[in-house]
Design a protein. Structure first.
Ligand SMILES: [Zn+2]
Length: 362
């Protein structure tokens, strides 16, 4: 693989042409970058530590619910303003921008699914992006996702076009979704959606390309190929990553392009998939894979195992099996037990970096 170092990317959060260069490099060299959903400084550093140790780029993203959590569950998040999810996303962005450079890896700072009813969240983040752009010539976030996949394709594309025009002067990346990701995530429940609508058609991809590419080259498509959010019993999910290859061929022919994979694809619902499903999808131009559910579980396991194996040291502040007057402070300090969750999450992110061939790319 051509090393990312050839690209001369800065460390820390990337913007504009650097994001494009990174995704082009991934597509050309057959790797994808894991997108880690973060909800706290603790999950941010776990993901960054994994990227540093695997010498790889990383994508950090907040969902709307994750952003609101960043602000604190005690803050009201009204449907009209989404003040908590806006403030939480902005706070997360400032934190990540400040901390990422000391990990020495390139980072794409992204926000996850924004459905129609959440557009006030998107508006608030774009206001913050534009404010930052005026100051520094860069937006706050590298990239945002719009997900109007539950609406008609016409409304989906029109909404994306309108927002993309606002994002383009900042060279900000847009991820859009077409075709529904099944399952349930963050309050969006698509578990009853019938199977056929989980698969995107090549004509849809071409329609999106025609609408977005005149505005700016900085966009990717989360196309449904049977993906489902969450992890279910084996056999319930039928992924068809080869459909992405058909989309690429269709668009390449329409464009008369020399590039055999002209589209940047995103794989949603990556948790619980097999290494072969990942590598097949990556071979068809997937540059970003979302693995939220597996990371949530991984984060829990370290904390769960710590608590269960130290339970007799955690019931009282003083007194444990070593003596009635022995203090337990060293056991209940959050830096000790939260750290155990960071370690297990970090290990799962490292596994994803290896599975997606991103490990060792810098
Ligand atoms: Zn998703």
């Amino acid at each position: 693989m051509g090393a990312i170092s050839e690209l001369n990317l800065p460390v820390g959060v990337l913007y504009g042409d650097d994001v494009l260069k990174l995704f082009q490099h991934a597509r050309k060299n057959g790797y994808a970058i894991p997108a880690c959903n973060v909800t706290s400084s603790s999950t941010v550093v776990a993901a960054l530590e994994a990227a540093r140790d695997q010498k790889a780029p990383i994508i950090l993203q907040t969902s709307q619910g994750g952003a609101a959590y960043f602000a604190g569950k005690g803050i009201k998040d009204s449907a009209e303003k989404r003040e908590a999810s806006v403030a939480g996303a902005v706070a997360a962005a400032h934190y990540i921008r400040a901390i990422a450079p000391i990990y020495g890896v390139p980072v794409v700072l992204h926000t996850d699914h924004c459905a129609k009813k959440l557009l006030p969240w998107f508006d608030g983040m774009l206001d913050a992006d534009e404010e930052e752009f005026k100051k520094s010539g860069k937006p706050l976030f590298s990239s945002h996702m719009l997900d109007l996949s539950e609406e008609s394709i016409e409304e989906n594309i029109e909404t994306c076009v309108n927002y993309f025009k606002r994002m383009a002067p900042m060279k900000q990346w847009l991820e859009m979704e077409i075709g529904i990701t099944g399952g349930e995530e963050d309050g969006v429940d698509n578990s009853e959606v019938d199977n056929a609508s989980l698969y995107t058609q090549p004509e849809d991809i071409w329609q999106i390309e025609q609408a977005l590419s005149p505005i700016s080259p900085y966009f990717s498509i989360a196309a449904g190929f049977g993906n489902v959010h969450g992890v279910y019993a084996p056999g319930n999910v039928k992924l068809h990553p080869e459909l992405l290859g058909k989309h690429q061929a269709f668009v390449a022919e329409k464009l008369g392009s020399k590039e055999d994979k002209p589209v940047f694809f995103v794989f949603h619902g990556g948790s619980g998939s097999t290494k072969k499903e990942y590598t097949d999808a990556i071979s068809h131009g997937v540059v970003k894979v979302n693995v939220d559910t597996d990371l949530q579980y991984a984060y829990l396991t370290g904390i769960r195992d710590y608590v269960t194996s130290n339970i007799d040291y955690l019931k009282t502040q003083v007194g444990n099996p070593d003596g009635p007057n022995k203090p337990n402070k060293k056991k209940y300090d959050p830096r000790v037990w939260v750290r155990e969750g960071e370690k297990t999450m970090k290990a799962r992110v490292e596994e994803a970096l290896k599975d997606f061939n991103a490990s060792g790319s810098i």
